[in-house]
Structure formats: structure tokens, C-alpha cells
Ligand binder design. Sequence first.
Ligand SMILES: NC(=O)c1ccc[n+]([C@@H]2O[C@H](COP(=O)([O-])OP(=O)(O)OC[C@H]3O[C@@H](n4cnc5c(N)ncnc54)[C@H](OP(=O)(O)O)[C@@H]3O)[C@@H](O)[C@H]2O)c1
Length: 304
Amino acid sequence: MNVAVAGATGLIGQALCRALAEQGYSVTALVRNSARAARVLPSVGVTLVEWDPWTAGPWEAVVGQADAVVNLSGEPIAGHRWSPDYKQRVRSSRLDSTRAIVRARSDSGAAGGVLINASAVGYYGDRGDTVLTEDEPPGQDFLGQLCAHWEREAVACRSMGTRVVLLRTGMVLSRDGGALEKLSRPFRWFVGGPLGRGRQWVPWIHIADVVGMALWAIETPEVAGPVNVCSPNPVRMRDFATALGIVLKRPALFTVPAVVLRLIVGEMADMLLSSQRVIPKAALDGGYEWRYRLLEPALHSTIG
Ligand SMILES: NC(=O)c1ccc[n+]([C@@H]2O[C@H](COP(=O)([O-])OP(=O)(O)OC[C@H]3O[C@@H](n4cnc5c(N)ncnc54)[C@H](OP(=O)(O)O)[C@@H]3O)[C@@H](O)[C@H]2O)c1
């Protein structure tokens, strides 16, 4: 089976490409810079093809002929303060790359296959204690509207008979970087604790299960539409901080008040303070088996 992966050099993409190659898939990574990609992707089992969503090239045939396309591309959401310019980069890097992939499949007459497109739990907005399954509507904030547009671009692929899966991913726990590394830093300096009042729900997922759920989505023809990629056990921020403190053997006593967080990171604070009690109903109903359902073992495996 041929799989094309865009955004392959990122946190999730690297782990996914490694797993796909190990399982014998023929993997083509669509990368913007092959020299940089060659340093982080496996040299065996992964072919590198340069692409640029705005420029025609051989990458289009790769996308058109792939049995499965996984699109993880996007400017990092937490990489910078959310200025209007940066928000536009975050938005266009996702919408344009998804649109380009759909167009490449359409132009090459591709039929069938599967498109696995990234999205995020930010889709739901700030929803307090409401239990959120895949049926809930999008939030009206920046991330909610971004995810809704991003998903609409991907869903256009259905008109070619392509199965489309939308991975609404929670906070990924990995030893190779991402949010956990940033959240752990104050703990290492003995000043860790919850962000805001700590009542907000945090949907989390171990990287092994992000990869596991992407493979499950590729391989299971019945999986289609939005899939919440998170553990079945979301926790409140204060409990997340307590667990992190236990695993790091550090206190979790210092809260960062919302007003201070907004001063430090601006509008991005909304993402850190918003509450999403997300339940992975599609994966539970579809029989996916998690490797990490509980937070403490997941944290031990990544930073213990
Ligand atoms: N990690 C999480 O906790 C998390 C949670 C929810 C949702 N997600 C979503 O899942 C996807 C993958 O996450 P990740 O953590 O693996 O992301 P990541 O580490 O930031 O990697 C994303 C990849 O996208 C490509 N990229 C970066 N800037 C780009 C731009 N301006 N235009 C086009 N492509 C660009 C890069 O690949 P090349 O340089 O090789 O092109 C990069 O390696 C992202 O869309 C992210 O929003 C992640």
C-alpha cells in the first residue's frame, strides 16, 4: 500500500513515518526541504519528494497515485504570539496545503483511497464541562473556525469517492517535544502548577496512540469523518499538573493566573485556558485499543 505523508518531518509525522515504514508500507514523505527532512526521517522505507502547495510538480502524481494520503502540514500553532500576520500564516499553511492535496487528487483522476487529515480538539472551542463527542458543533473562536474551515477543505475529497478521516487531536504527549516539554519546564525549576484556575478539561493523548489511531484509520474501511484523537480519560488542568508534578518529583503549587498568562502569550492564552472535555466516541465505538488510557503511566513513559 502506498502512503503519502505531508508534514512528515513534524512531531507526529516522524513517528508515523517510522511506524508505517516498519510495518512495510511504501511511504513517500512530501517535504518542503529534503536535506532537512533526510536528517529526521528514516533512511530506509521512506522516499522524500519535495513539494510546495502553491507550485505544480511531481508531488502531484505521488498524491494522485497514493492509496492513502496523510496530511499533517501546518505552521506550528504555539510557535509564536498570535499577531494578525501569524494567525494568517497558521491558517493559510493548513487551508492551502489541504486544498492543494484535494486538487492534486482531483486533477489526476484519483478515485477511492483515503485522506487522513489533521484537525484538533480546538475545533470545539471553550465548552466548560460539556461532554464533547464528534457530533458537537465547532466553536466560534479562532481555532474553532480554523479547524472547521480546514475540515471543510478536506471533506471536498469525498466527491472523488475518497474516504476522509479528520483527526481531531488533543495535546500530544511525547518525549520528542511538543506541549509537554513546554509545560514541564517550570516544574523542573520548582515553580510548576496549573494554568489559570485549573478547572479546564485537558484532552491528552500519548504519541503511540496518535500513531496507533492514524494506522487504525488507514486500515479500517469503516472509519470515516471526524475522530477525536485523545484518551478516553480527559483530566482537569489541576489534575494534569498534579500528575506531572508526581512524575517529575516536583511540587505543583504555583498557578499562573489567567490575566498573567494573557499578558505573557496574548490571545494564545485562550487555547491554554479553554476547556474541552473530549471523549473519543468514534474510536471507542470502532474498537480501537489504546496503549495508554490513563495519564500517569502515559507521563511516566514520556518523561519518567
Ligand atoms: N502535536 C500536537 O499536540 C497536536 C495537537 C492537535 C493538533 N495537531 C495538528 O496535527 C498536525 C501535526 O502536528 P505536529 O505536532 O506533528 O506538527 P509539527 O511538529 O509542527 O509539524 C508540522 C509539519 O508541517 C510542516 N509545516 C510547518 N510549517 C508549514 C507551513 N508554513 N506551510 C506548510 N507546511 C508547514 C512541516 O513539515 P515540512 O517542513 O517537512 O514541510 C512540519 O514538520 C498539525 O497540523 C497540528 O496542528 C497537533
